[in-house]
Design a protein. Structure first.
Lengths: 352, 367
């Protein structure tokens, strides 16, 4: 009888594990799909936007791309279809997504995230008349592929300098969502920026998860724990490049009386009101601008294939000033910014 | 007993069919709740899933799922719950990709070496859980979950060591496997430019081997006997500890194969976007297919069909999660349905025996 009960228990456990696993996969509550913008300026452009895991509503860079798309719908009057990647899917599924979009008359088609690189490189030559773009990847190239890439290390350099200037303990921290080359660009830039201002400063660094576990981009509890550890170890300013996990950092900073630096969008504007006062600045990575720029050049008919780098000079990356906490050091930061733009300071790009 | 066969088959099919029907009801309710059209959603899934390209994709995904479910099923048959297939196949695929990319060998030998490395690594990783259970009594459920986490860390660590940089890419991966080590596709689906993984026959062979070893060998008998009742197995002279280790090794070895269709047939390198989570899909499919090699095949095809079809959904403005809901409710309801069928069978058996016993004394009296 014990054996039987044991067997049942195992079965129940198996079902629980499977169900939980599935539940974890389906975490998109935002609606996606075809909708037409009610704009006076109608256009016959039909954009296909393929998100990476998380899609619209991920509080991170998918959302940023969505913001650019929304602006294009409003201002350019284009139509759009959005599609989203499934958890752990193979390249074949991504190829199929792009192919179905192209087959159903979408042009241009944008792949959001480096995960679309291989799929895009394969599908784009099959549709030579369709314009493709990919965010965060310069490896997939072709006559009809635009690469929208960012100098994350340059923007991170500036917020690193801001962190060092504001740190009283000479100890700052970096939290990366998932340890992938893209996020290492943020870390390297941040560290170099901090050391530029204070060569002896201590920079703590931690990554929340390792690939293929991408939960580090959406787990505030992990972000909070990691940040607490850093504040306990003497840091007083912590920067995150961890997407949705960043809200945990803000809470931890509030509790520890420290400061936090946001990422991607101006998080002072989007964070909960009770943690706004700990957000020193945010490193802006304007995926929305890149997506909008690309779409407007498509609608004007002057789109160019190849890489388009959004750096400090372009204004594609920057630091935010809302909240007024960096007003006193703005002069120094802008001076550093100019030096980076002029090439007097070279920030290392670890993926180059 | 022959006369029960037709009924047996019908009862065996009843449970999964009930589950699928039930999941359709749930999915329909969700669709109605979300304000999406129900019938046109299903016809969309049906239409898209039947395109030649989609069929090739279904066969490819099913090949991978089938191997994963077989690996899980081997453990299930001995009442061992190998949740670690996920970690086992990822570690195996990464190591095999690295070895395969580092060496150049003649065609045939090259593939053999890659697959052998994968099987060995997968088996070894599962074997740790087997050894822990056999020597220290550690529950394999706990140890394989932990080993999954450790595998994730190890893969990330070693991938960084062995990755070859690609200019302008935010991805990292092992060096691509040379032509000599790849497995070409099979043009199985007419009218489809997409070929089916050349690894599909290997999955079929694995299914036949599973059936042969478990159903037709002494080892298989001992494995199943241990799964049914450990004490009875011990009493009849089965070395349960050795069986635990061997079963885990075998389960892990098959898990090692899970990544091979994708690695040798499509991506040729293990990189950050290598498919993840296949081990958990395997658990669901093994449950669905009731550990039978044929049942698992149907389960894998159904699962793959749903996965592939889901690509069309959000493009047509319907949340793709509807497919996840269907898959989840199939697994939940299939377990309940199997239990209901089991009880029905038991009751039918009891009443049959009761009838026969009731008739027997009368026969004696008559005599």
């Amino acid at each position: 009888m014990r054996q039987l009960a044991n067997g049942r228990l195992r079965l129940a456990a198996a079902v629980a594990v499977v169900t939980l696993g599935l539940a974890a996969c389906g975490s998109d509550d935002a609606g996606s799909g075809t909708d037409t913008a009610g704009s006076e300026e109608a256009s016959d452009i039909k954009v296909g936007l393929a998100y990476d895991i998380g899609g619209r509503g991920d509080q991170s860079f998918n959302d940023s791309a969505a913001a650019g798309l929304d602006r294009a719908k409003e201002e350019l009057g284009i139509e759009a279809t959005e599609a989203e990647a499934g958890q752990g899917e193979s390249d074949a599924a991504k190829e199929e997504r792009l192919r179905v979009l192209a087959d159903s008359g979408h042009d241009p088609i944008i792949g959001v995230g480096f995960a679309y690189s291989a799929a895009l490189a394969k599908v784009a030559p099959e549709f030579p008349d369709v314009t493709f773009a990919i965010v965060d990847d310069a490896n997939a190239t072709g006559d009809n592929i635009s690469n929208l890439v960012f100098a994350e290390e340059q923007g991170s350099f500036l917020v690193g300098a801001a962190a060092a200037l504001k740190s009283k303990t000479d100890n700052v921290g970096f939290i990366g969502g998932v340890q992938v080359p893209l996020i290492e660009k943020f870390e390297v830039g941040f560290t170099e920026g901090a050391k530029q201002v204070k060569p002896d400063i201590e920079v703590q660094s931690v990554y929340l998860t390792q690939p293929p576990d991408f939960s580090g981009f959406g787990d505030p509890a992990k972000g909070r724990t990691a940040a607490q550890g850093m504040f306990d170890a003497g840091a007083d300013v912590v920067y995150h490049a961890a997407g949705g996990s960043g809200s945990g950092l803000f809470e931890a900073a509030k509790a520890a009386g420290g400061l936090a630096i946001g990422v991607d969008s101006d998080q002072f504007e989007t964070a909960a009101p009770d943690v706004q006062d700990v957000i020193l600045t945010s490193m802006l990575k304007k995926v929305d601008v890149a997506v909008f720029d690309f779409l407007s050049s498509v609608s004007e008919g002057n789109v160019e294939a190849g890489p388009r780098v959004y750096d400090l000079e372009q204004g594609g990356v920057d630091y935010s000033t809302s909240g007024g906490m960096v007003d006193d050091i703005k002069g120094q930061l802008d001076e550093l910014k100019q030096q980076v733009i002029d090439g007097e300071i070279e920030v290392t790009d670890p993926t180059a | 007993m022959r006369r029960w066969d037709v009924r047996d088959v019908a009862l065996g099919l009843a449970a999964p069919l009930l589950a699928v029907a039930f999941s359709l009801v749930i999915a329909s309710l969700v669709l109605i709740g979300a304000g999406d059209p129900v019938l046109s959603t299903y016809s969309l899934l049906l239409d898209y899933g039947q395109r030649p390209r989609s069929l090739a994709l279904v066969l490819n995904a099913a090949t991978t799922y089938y191997l994963s479910a077989l690996a899980v099923a081997i453990g299930f048959r001995m009442n061992l719950f190998n949740i670690g297939v996920d970690g086992q196949y990822r570690l195996a695929a990464m190591t095999a990709a690295w070895v395969g990319g580092a060496v150049t060998l003649p065609t045939g030998l090259h593939q053999l070496v890659i697959v052998l490395v994968a099987v060995l690594v997968g088996g070894m990783w599962a074997g740790i859980a087997g050894l822990l259970k056999a020597t220290r009594g550690v529950s394999e459920v706990i140890s394989t979950i932990m080993l999954n986490a450790i595998a994730t860390g190890l893969v990330a660590f070693f991938l960084r060591k062995v990755a070859v940089p690609v200019a302008g890419s935010n991805n990292i991966g092992t060096a691509p496997i040379a032509e000599s080590g790849r497995v070409g596709g099979l043009p199985l689906v007419p009218d489809s430019a997409l070929e089916v993984f050349g690894f599909l026959p290997v999955a079929v062979l694995a299914g036949i081997a599973y059936w042969l070893v478990l159903g037709r060998t002494r080892f298989g008998f001992e494995l199943r006997a241990t799964g049914r009742s450990e004490s009875a197995a011990v009493a009849s002279g089965v070395d349960v500890r050795r069986m635990v280790v061997t079963t885990m090794l075998l389960s892990g070895a098959v898990a090692g194969l899970v990544g091979m269709p994708q690695l040798l047939g499509a991506s040729y390198s293990y990189s950050l976007d290598f498919p993840a989570g296949l081990g958990f899909t395997g658990i669901a499919i093994a449950l669905l297919g009731r550990n039978s090699p044929i049942g698992i095949a149907f389960g894998a095809l159904l699962w793959a069909y749903l996965d592939v079809s889901s690509v069309i959904l959000d493009i047509e403005g319907i949340s793709r999660e509807i497919v996840t809901i269907m898959q989840g409710s199939i697994v939940l309801s299939v377990v309940i349905a199997y239990e209901l069928v089991r009880r029905y069978r038991l009751r039918a058996e009891q009443s049959r025996v009761g009838r026969e016993l009731a008739q027997a004394p009368r026969a004696e009296v008559a005599a």
